[in-house]
Design a protein around this ligand. Sequence first.
Ligand code: CU
Length: 329
Amino acid sequence: MATTETPAAAGSPDSRSEPNHGLRLAIIWFVISLPACLLIWFVWKPHLPPGDMSSSAQHQQFDIAVLAVSAAPVIIFVLLYFIYSIVVWRARPGDDSDGEPIYGNTKVQVTWIFGTTVIVLWLAVFGTIELVGPAGAGAGEGPSPIWKLSGVQTTSWTAGSNDMLQVQVIAQQWVFTYRYPQFGGMESTELYLPVNTPVTFHVTSLDVIHSFWAYQLGVKADANPQVDNVAYTTPKALGSVTVRCNELCGLWHGAMYNFGHVVSQSAFEAWASGVQAKEQATGVLAALPPYALTYDPTVIPQLGKNLPAVDGITGAAGYYYPPGDPVQP
Ligand SMILES: [Cu+2]
Protein backbone atom coordinates (compact mmCIF):
# COMPACT_ATOMS: atom_id res chain seq x y z
CA MET A 1 0.00 0.00 0.00
CA ALA A 2 2.95 2.23 -0.66
CA THR A 3 1.25 4.03 -3.48
CA THR A 4 -2.30 5.03 -4.28
CA GLU A 5 -1.50 6.28 -7.74
CA THR A 6 -2.85 3.30 -9.69
CA PRO A 7 -5.54 4.26 -12.20
CA ALA A 8 -7.87 1.49 -10.99
CA ALA A 9 -8.07 3.17 -7.61
CA ALA A 10 -9.34 6.41 -9.01
CA GLY A 11 -12.57 7.35 -7.25
CA SER A 12 -12.03 4.78 -4.49
CA PRO A 13 -11.30 5.91 -0.92
CA ASP A 14 -7.64 5.01 -1.53
CA SER A 15 -7.29 7.88 -3.96
CA ARG A 16 -7.84 10.38 -1.17
CA SER A 17 -5.99 10.69 2.07
CA GLU A 18 -7.79 8.33 4.44
CA PRO A 19 -9.38 9.89 7.49
CA ASN A 20 -8.82 8.17 10.82
CA HIS A 21 -11.90 5.94 10.71
CA GLY A 22 -11.21 4.37 14.10
CA LEU A 23 -11.09 7.75 15.81
CA ARG A 24 -14.19 8.94 13.95
CA LEU A 25 -16.12 5.79 14.95
CA ALA A 26 -14.96 6.10 18.55
CA ILE A 27 -16.10 9.72 18.80
CA ILE A 28 -19.52 9.07 17.21
CA TRP A 29 -19.93 5.95 19.37
CA PHE A 30 -19.14 7.88 22.54
CA VAL A 31 -21.41 10.79 21.66
CA ILE A 32 -24.38 8.41 21.15
CA SER A 33 -23.57 5.92 23.92
CA LEU A 34 -23.15 8.37 26.78
CA PRO A 35 -26.62 9.96 26.54
CA ALA A 36 -28.14 6.53 25.84
CA CYS A 37 -26.70 5.15 29.09
CA LEU A 38 -27.75 8.24 31.04
CA LEU A 39 -31.27 7.96 29.63
CA ILE A 40 -31.48 4.27 30.55
CA TRP A 41 -30.25 4.88 34.08
CA PHE A 42 -32.08 8.05 35.02
CA VAL A 43 -35.24 7.95 32.89
CA TRP A 44 -35.96 4.31 32.11
CA LYS A 45 -34.77 2.53 35.25
CA PRO A 46 -37.56 3.74 37.58
CA HIS A 47 -40.11 2.25 35.16
CA LEU A 48 -38.39 -1.08 34.59
CA PRO A 49 -40.17 -4.23 35.76
CA PRO A 50 -40.88 -5.50 38.34
CA GLY A 51 -40.78 -2.13 40.09
CA ASP A 52 -39.30 -1.39 43.49
CA MET A 53 -41.89 -2.70 45.91
CA SER A 54 -39.61 -5.18 47.68
CA SER A 55 -35.92 -5.82 48.26
CA SER A 56 -35.82 -8.50 45.56
CA ALA A 57 -37.81 -6.36 43.10
CA GLN A 58 -35.41 -3.45 43.69
CA HIS A 59 -32.43 -5.66 42.98
CA GLN A 60 -34.02 -7.09 39.84
CA GLN A 61 -34.74 -3.58 38.59
CA PHE A 62 -31.15 -2.61 39.34
CA ASP A 63 -29.81 -5.71 37.54
CA ILE A 64 -31.90 -5.10 34.44
CA ALA A 65 -30.80 -1.45 34.34
CA VAL A 66 -27.11 -2.38 34.73
CA LEU A 67 -27.38 -4.98 31.98
CA ALA A 68 -29.18 -2.49 29.73
CA VAL A 69 -26.40 0.06 30.34
CA SER A 70 -23.84 -2.66 29.58
CA ALA A 71 -25.61 -3.75 26.39
CA ALA A 72 -26.43 -0.35 24.92
CA PRO A 73 -22.86 0.67 23.97
CA VAL A 74 -22.31 -2.76 22.35
CA ILE A 75 -25.51 -2.54 20.30
CA ILE A 76 -24.76 1.07 19.39
CA PHE A 77 -21.27 0.07 18.23
CA VAL A 78 -22.59 -2.79 16.06
CA LEU A 79 -25.27 -0.62 14.42
CA LEU A 80 -22.90 2.33 14.07
CA TYR A 81 -20.24 0.18 12.37
CA PHE A 82 -22.90 -1.26 10.08
CA ILE A 83 -24.24 2.15 9.04
CA TYR A 84 -20.76 3.69 8.81
CA SER A 85 -19.61 0.87 6.51
CA ILE A 86 -22.58 1.29 4.21
CA VAL A 87 -22.17 5.06 4.01
CA VAL A 88 -18.39 5.44 3.89
CA TRP A 89 -17.01 2.19 2.48
CA ARG A 90 -19.60 1.26 -0.11
CA ALA A 91 -18.46 0.73 -3.69
CA ARG A 92 -18.83 3.92 -5.71
CA PRO A 93 -20.62 3.81 -9.09
CA GLY A 94 -18.28 2.42 -11.73
CA ASP A 95 -15.90 0.89 -9.23
CA ASP A 96 -15.74 -2.82 -10.11
CA SER A 97 -12.37 -3.42 -8.48
CA ASP A 98 -11.81 -6.05 -5.80
CA GLY A 99 -11.10 -5.09 -2.26
CA GLU A 100 -7.51 -5.20 -1.16
CA PRO A 101 -6.33 -8.54 0.25
CA ILE A 102 -5.82 -8.29 4.00
CA TYR A 103 -3.51 -10.62 5.91
CA GLY A 104 -4.49 -10.08 9.52
CA ASN A 105 -4.55 -6.98 11.63
CA THR A 106 -2.97 -7.42 15.05
CA LYS A 107 -4.50 -4.25 16.45
CA VAL A 108 -8.05 -5.26 15.50
CA GLN A 109 -7.56 -8.84 16.73
CA VAL A 110 -6.12 -7.79 20.09
CA THR A 111 -8.85 -5.20 20.56
CA TRP A 112 -11.52 -7.76 19.70
CA ILE A 113 -10.20 -10.43 22.08
CA PHE A 114 -9.65 -7.91 24.87
CA GLY A 115 -13.08 -6.28 24.41
CA THR A 116 -15.09 -9.50 24.30
CA THR A 117 -13.14 -10.93 27.26
CA VAL A 118 -13.90 -7.86 29.36
CA ILE A 119 -17.61 -8.00 28.48
CA VAL A 120 -17.98 -11.73 29.24
CA LEU A 121 -15.98 -11.54 32.49
CA TRP A 122 -17.96 -8.48 33.61
CA LEU A 123 -21.25 -10.31 33.02
CA ALA A 124 -20.04 -13.42 34.86
CA VAL A 125 -18.73 -11.47 37.85
CA PHE A 126 -21.74 -9.13 38.04
CA GLY A 127 -24.19 -12.03 37.73
CA THR A 128 -22.45 -14.02 40.46
CA ILE A 129 -22.26 -11.07 42.86
CA GLU A 130 -25.90 -10.21 42.24
CA LEU A 131 -27.02 -13.76 42.96
CA VAL A 132 -25.26 -13.85 46.32
CA GLY A 133 -25.07 -10.22 47.48
CA PRO A 134 -28.72 -9.17 47.58
CA ALA A 135 -29.82 -12.54 48.99
CA GLY A 136 -30.85 -14.43 45.90
CA ALA A 137 -32.79 -13.82 42.75
CA GLY A 138 -36.22 -13.98 44.36
CA ALA A 139 -36.66 -17.76 44.38
CA GLY A 140 -35.04 -21.10 45.04
CA GLU A 141 -32.68 -19.94 47.79
CA GLY A 142 -33.34 -22.97 49.98
CA PRO A 143 -33.89 -23.20 53.75
CA SER A 144 -30.28 -22.32 54.66
CA PRO A 145 -28.89 -19.88 52.10
CA ILE A 146 -25.21 -18.97 51.94
CA TRP A 147 -25.84 -15.35 52.92
CA LYS A 148 -26.94 -13.99 56.28
CA LEU A 149 -30.70 -13.71 56.64
CA SER A 150 -31.97 -10.19 57.21
CA GLY A 151 -34.13 -11.22 60.16
CA VAL A 152 -34.40 -13.79 62.93
CA GLN A 153 -36.20 -17.10 62.37
CA THR A 154 -38.68 -17.45 65.22
CA THR A 155 -41.82 -19.38 66.03
CA SER A 156 -43.79 -16.20 66.68
CA TRP A 157 -43.97 -12.84 64.98
CA THR A 158 -44.58 -9.45 66.52
CA ALA A 159 -44.75 -6.03 64.91
CA GLY A 160 -41.67 -3.88 65.38
CA SER A 161 -39.33 -6.84 65.95
CA ASN A 162 -36.72 -8.26 63.62
CA ASP A 163 -38.61 -11.56 63.36
CA MET A 164 -38.93 -13.07 59.91
CA LEU A 165 -42.51 -13.67 58.89
CA GLN A 166 -43.14 -17.23 57.70
CA VAL A 167 -45.68 -17.61 54.94
CA GLN A 168 -46.49 -20.95 53.42
CA VAL A 169 -47.82 -20.74 49.90
CA ILE A 170 -49.96 -23.77 49.08
CA ALA A 171 -50.82 -24.11 45.41
CA GLN A 172 -53.51 -26.38 44.08
CA GLN A 173 -55.70 -26.48 41.02
CA TRP A 174 -56.53 -23.60 40.76
CA VAL A 175 -56.01 -21.42 43.76
CA PHE A 176 -53.29 -20.22 46.10
CA THR A 177 -53.74 -20.50 49.85
CA TYR A 178 -51.48 -18.75 52.34
CA ARG A 179 -50.76 -20.34 55.67
CA TYR A 180 -49.21 -18.47 58.59
CA PRO A 181 -47.53 -20.91 61.02
CA GLN A 182 -46.67 -18.10 63.44
CA PHE A 183 -50.40 -17.40 63.78
CA GLY A 184 -51.55 -20.87 64.74
CA GLY A 185 -51.29 -22.20 61.17
CA MET A 186 -54.25 -20.16 60.04
CA GLU A 187 -55.00 -20.06 56.34
CA SER A 188 -56.25 -17.36 54.05
CA THR A 189 -56.89 -17.07 50.35
CA GLU A 190 -55.58 -13.51 50.57
CA LEU A 191 -51.91 -12.77 50.93
CA TYR A 192 -51.24 -10.11 53.54
CA LEU A 193 -47.69 -9.01 54.29
CA PRO A 194 -46.29 -6.42 56.69
CA VAL A 195 -44.09 -3.70 55.19
CA ASN A 196 -40.35 -3.58 56.00
CA THR A 197 -40.44 -7.11 57.36
CA PRO A 198 -38.23 -9.92 56.06
CA VAL A 199 -40.49 -12.68 54.76
CA THR A 200 -39.75 -16.36 54.18
CA PHE A 201 -42.01 -18.04 51.65
CA HIS A 202 -42.34 -21.81 51.83
CA VAL A 203 -43.88 -22.75 48.52
CA THR A 204 -45.46 -26.14 47.94
CA SER A 205 -48.27 -27.75 45.98
CA LEU A 206 -51.06 -30.19 46.79
CA ASP A 207 -51.42 -31.66 43.33
CA VAL A 208 -49.56 -30.77 40.13
CA ILE A 209 -46.75 -28.34 39.38
CA HIS A 210 -47.56 -24.66 39.82
CA SER A 211 -45.44 -21.55 40.27
CA PHE A 212 -45.97 -18.77 42.78
CA TRP A 213 -45.30 -15.46 41.03
CA ALA A 214 -45.80 -12.40 43.18
CA TYR A 215 -44.99 -9.98 40.40
CA GLN A 216 -44.42 -6.68 42.23
CA LEU A 217 -42.43 -8.45 44.96
CA GLY A 218 -40.00 -9.90 42.43
CA VAL A 219 -40.66 -13.39 43.77
CA LYS A 220 -41.20 -16.34 41.46
CA ALA A 221 -40.93 -19.77 43.03
CA ASP A 222 -41.93 -23.14 41.63
CA ALA A 223 -44.64 -24.92 43.61
CA ASN A 224 -44.06 -28.66 43.34
CA PRO A 225 -45.83 -31.39 45.29
CA GLN A 226 -43.68 -32.86 48.10
CA VAL A 227 -41.20 -29.98 47.77
CA ASP A 228 -40.64 -27.07 50.16
CA ASN A 229 -39.30 -24.31 47.91
CA VAL A 230 -37.99 -21.41 49.98
CA ALA A 231 -37.77 -17.80 48.81
CA TYR A 232 -37.02 -14.59 50.70
CA THR A 233 -37.98 -10.98 50.24
CA THR A 234 -38.65 -7.84 52.24
CA PRO A 235 -41.65 -5.74 51.15
CA LYS A 236 -40.56 -2.09 51.00
CA ALA A 237 -43.73 -0.22 50.10
CA LEU A 238 -47.45 -0.39 50.85
CA GLY A 239 -49.72 -1.47 48.03
CA SER A 240 -51.27 -4.40 46.28
CA VAL A 241 -49.48 -7.28 44.61
CA THR A 242 -50.60 -9.48 41.74
CA VAL A 243 -50.08 -13.17 42.33
CA ARG A 244 -50.21 -15.42 39.31
CA CYS A 245 -49.55 -19.06 38.66
CA ASN A 246 -46.62 -19.18 36.28
CA GLU A 247 -46.61 -22.87 35.41
CA LEU A 248 -49.16 -24.42 33.09
CA CYS A 249 -51.19 -26.47 35.56
CA GLY A 250 -54.35 -27.49 33.81
CA LEU A 251 -57.56 -26.17 32.35
CA TRP A 252 -57.99 -23.11 34.58
CA HIS A 253 -54.30 -22.20 34.89
CA GLY A 254 -55.05 -18.82 33.35
CA ALA A 255 -57.60 -18.09 36.07
CA MET A 256 -55.21 -19.02 38.88
CA TYR A 257 -54.41 -15.62 40.29
CA ASN A 258 -55.27 -13.44 43.20
CA PHE A 259 -54.04 -10.34 44.92
CA GLY A 260 -51.81 -9.70 47.87
CA HIS A 261 -51.57 -6.65 50.07
CA VAL A 262 -48.58 -5.07 51.75
CA VAL A 263 -49.88 -3.25 54.80
CA SER A 264 -48.39 -1.63 57.89
CA GLN A 265 -46.96 -3.98 60.52
CA SER A 266 -49.70 -3.15 63.03
CA ALA A 267 -52.45 -3.58 60.43
CA PHE A 268 -50.97 -6.94 59.47
CA GLU A 269 -50.78 -8.10 63.06
CA ALA A 270 -54.40 -7.10 63.64
CA TRP A 271 -55.50 -8.90 60.47
CA ALA A 272 -53.53 -12.09 61.17
CA SER A 273 -54.63 -12.37 64.80
CA GLY A 274 -58.19 -11.63 63.72
CA VAL A 275 -58.24 -14.41 61.13
CA GLN A 276 -56.58 -16.76 63.62
CA ALA A 277 -59.22 -16.02 66.28
CA LYS A 278 -62.04 -16.41 63.76
CA GLU A 279 -60.75 -19.73 62.45
CA GLN A 280 -60.24 -20.93 66.01
CA ALA A 281 -63.82 -20.04 66.90
CA THR A 282 -65.36 -21.63 63.82
CA GLY A 283 -63.35 -24.83 64.07
CA VAL A 284 -61.41 -24.27 60.82
CA LEU A 285 -58.04 -24.40 62.57
CA ALA A 286 -58.81 -27.69 64.27
CA ALA A 287 -60.00 -29.18 61.00
CA LEU A 288 -56.91 -28.21 59.01
CA PRO A 289 -54.06 -30.67 58.69
CA PRO A 290 -51.18 -30.02 61.13
CA TYR A 291 -48.68 -27.53 59.79
CA ALA A 292 -45.98 -29.18 57.71
CA LEU A 293 -43.57 -28.01 55.05
CA THR A 294 -45.17 -30.27 52.47
CA TYR A 295 -48.52 -31.98 52.28
CA ASP A 296 -49.40 -35.30 50.79
CA PRO A 297 -53.10 -35.07 50.07
CA THR A 298 -53.45 -38.85 50.12
CA VAL A 299 -52.41 -39.19 53.77
CA ILE A 300 -54.02 -36.14 55.35
CA PRO A 301 -56.21 -37.44 58.19
CA GLN A 302 -58.90 -34.92 57.39
CA LEU A 303 -59.24 -36.45 53.95
CA GLY A 304 -62.80 -36.59 52.83
CA LYS A 305 -64.13 -34.98 55.99
CA ASN A 306 -66.38 -32.02 55.55
CA LEU A 307 -64.25 -29.09 56.55
CA PRO A 308 -66.07 -26.09 57.96
CA ALA A 309 -66.59 -23.62 55.16
CA VAL A 310 -66.28 -20.08 56.34
CA ASP A 311 -66.72 -17.39 53.80
CA GLY A 312 -63.46 -15.80 52.75
CA ILE A 313 -61.07 -17.54 55.09
CA THR A 314 -60.93 -21.17 54.06
CA GLY A 315 -58.50 -22.03 51.32
CA ALA A 316 -56.53 -25.23 51.05
CA ALA A 317 -59.33 -26.81 53.04
CA GLY A 318 -61.40 -26.52 49.91
CA TYR A 319 -60.15 -29.61 48.16
CA TYR A 320 -58.03 -32.45 49.44
CA TYR A 321 -59.01 -35.18 46.98
CA PRO A 322 -61.93 -36.87 48.73
CA PRO A 323 -61.87 -40.72 48.44
CA GLY A 324 -63.51 -41.94 45.29
CA ASP A 325 -62.61 -38.75 43.48
CA PRO A 326 -61.89 -39.71 39.87
CA VAL A 327 -58.69 -37.61 39.83
CA GLN A 328 -57.31 -39.09 43.05
CA PRO A 329 -53.79 -40.36 42.32
CU1 CU B 1 -51.15 -23.32 38.77
